[in-house]
Design a protein around this ligand. Structure first.
Ligand SMILES: O=C[C@H](O)COP(=O)(O)O
Length: 329
């Protein structure tokens, strides 16, 4: 999209050479060689580039477009122990018609729930074109036997999930057991079958270094992720401009190396329209305009939608209507 386009270019790493999948994934040692052979991340450069792109101003007509685009990219999420069918139905109604006073307002991309509430969401969203996303694999910690994680995934898919958001085994990853992480993603991918897209949550806040985030991104993509996702939203550090920029570089480089396009989903702590628009600038400037659609970029968020709606109403009327005029997230 040219209106979010750059006026100045900033250097970012060149695409990585195509990996030979069979060689790379043959063993822990081969995966380690490949993942540790990826270029090291210049943390200072990454953070300054993310900060610099965050200062880009977006003019009024582009802003209207970008606010609607951001709404259409939301995975409207509720992941609480206290979730009820009633809460999920209310969220689905909101996802269908985020602003009942303005039917031009786009619907969200998906409603994201725990697997036991997939059937409720499925029924409430019938005919809407909005996807049902389910977290699975013992979300958020991912601490369970693989059989339990696969059963969780299979139940979500059987209940009608269009998308499965799995967590990687961070313990195995940090211990260098890359093959185990790779094989688990493959197994979950298989449990998703043809029906469900797979989003792989790296849980960046637990990966300790930017180098690890780059390695985990590649590992997930090699194993068949349709999307890579920053976070569960349940730990101290979730989606940040810098860790999302790094993952956008990874999907860009992966497509250059393999021809396969993978989506990106920052999640956790994204609450304001201002922040969402900064993320869209990062997408355009890093992965490129091919990613500026809900097919390739999502926001995992429980309470971003209301601020986007308030900003949208302000653009239309010239004033804020205030939080009382949008339904509670
Ligand atoms: O995947 C989505 C996140 O759990 C939502 O996090 P949030 O409540 O900080 O928006």
């Amino acid at each position: 999209m040219s209106s979010l386009a750059s006026t100045a270019s900033t250097a970012s790493p060149a695409p990585t050479a195509a990996p030979a999948l069979a060689d790379v994934t043959a063993s822990d040692a081969a995966l380690r060689r490949f993942l540790h052979g990826l270029p090291g991340v210049d943390a200072v450069g990454l953070e300054s580039r993310a900060a610099a792109l965050g200062t880009r101003s977006i003019k009024t007509t582009t802003k209207a477009y970008a606010l609607d685009l951001a709404i259409s990219m939301i995975d409207l999420t509720t992941l609480e122990g206290a979730d009820t069918p009633g809460k999920v139905r209310a969220l689905c109604a909101k996802g269908r018609h985020p602003d009942p006073t303005d039917r031009e307002t786009p619907s969200v991309a998906a409603i994201c729930v725990y697997s036991d509430l997939v059937a409720v969401a499925r029924e409430a969203l019938a005919g809407s074109g909005i996807a049902v996303a389910s977290v699975a694999t013992a979300f958020p910690a991912g601490r369970a036997a693989r059989s339990v994680k696969l059963a969780d995934t299979a139940e979500a898919v059987a209940a009608g999930a269009d998308e499965v958001d799995m967590v990687i085994d961070r313990g195995a990853f940090l211990a260098g057991r890359y093959l185990s992480v790779y094989e688990e993603i493959l197994a979950v991918r298989e449990a998703c079958g043809e029906q469900a897209h797979l989003k792989v949550i790296l849980e960046n806040g637990e990966l300790a270094t930017y180098d690890n985030i780059r390695r985990a991104s590649w590992l997930a993509m090699l194993a068949g992720a349709d999307f890579i996702k920053t976070s569960t939203g349940k730990v101290g550090v979730n989606a940040t401009p810098a860790n999302t920029l790094l993952m956008l570089q990874a999907v860009r480089d992966f497509r250059a190396a393999t021809g396969r396009q993978i989506g990106v989903k920052p999640a956790g702590g994204i609450r304001t329209a201002k922040d969402a628009l900064k993320f869209l600038v990062l997408v355009n400037e890093t992965a490129g305009p091919d990613w500026l659609s809900p097919r390739w970029f999502r926001f995992g968020a429980s309470s971003l939608l209301n601020d986007l709606l308030m900003q949208r109403q302000k653009l239309g009327t010239g004033r804020y209507s205030g939080p009382d005029y949008v339904t509670v997230d």
